[in-house]
Ligand binder design. Sequence first.
Ligand code: ZN
Ligand code: FE
Length: 247
Amino acid sequence: MSFNKDQNITGLPVLQDNIIWLWVKNKSVVVVDPAIAEPVIHWIKKRDLDLFAIFQTHHHEDHIGGTQKLINEWPDVKVIASEREKKRIPFQNISVKDGDTINVLNKKFKIIEVIGHTNSHISFYSKDFHNPILFIGDTLFSGGCGRIFEGTHEQMFKSLKRISLLPIDTIIYCAHEYTKSNLQWALEISPNDSLIKEKLLEVEQKINSNKLTIPTTLKEEMNINLFLKAKNLKEFSYLRAKKDNWA
Ligand code: ZN
Ligand code: FE
């Protein structure tokens, strides 16, 4: 478990490879994509904190699976999700769309829609932290990007381009710990890339000492993430297809 003191954001690894992010301010907690509820309830109660809000990036079960139980436990919790997902994220009580700014515990978050993995996936971006932060869900992973289930390759490529225009020191909180296999794949595509090689070693060390390999930064990803580095849609599509068929 990693605890970034500076930003007060902790990653809770659950299920196979999901990471639930918990941001604490004073006595309040904001949780991002609660795949399951029990570890979150335990974590919050153990510290004598309260759940204030839930950010939902998209409708997949491994992101909303714990939400109902959290609502049962904290009936006043704000559940923030895309207004286009009222059916698939039915428990939302604050509905947002691309470009909206919401105020949560006195920090502003901008909603950036990033279509591709699903057709209404959103991300939560804030400049009100020491470094800008981005909760990106399943759109970008360290060394990789989300599978395109509902959107088109073009939409996903555009979503990643939008992300790449954020400040370079943005800290990116992804929803899965896929970094190692992403980098192993990337090295098969670019066997001589010294930055990817270096990063893979660093990631293996972290995993060996039981640490998370995320969050990552935009700066880091611009160096090692082949999908972010793709120059055009054709290159992006080629990489995505390669990755989809990779064992
Ligand atoms: Zn997903
Ligand atoms: Fe997921």
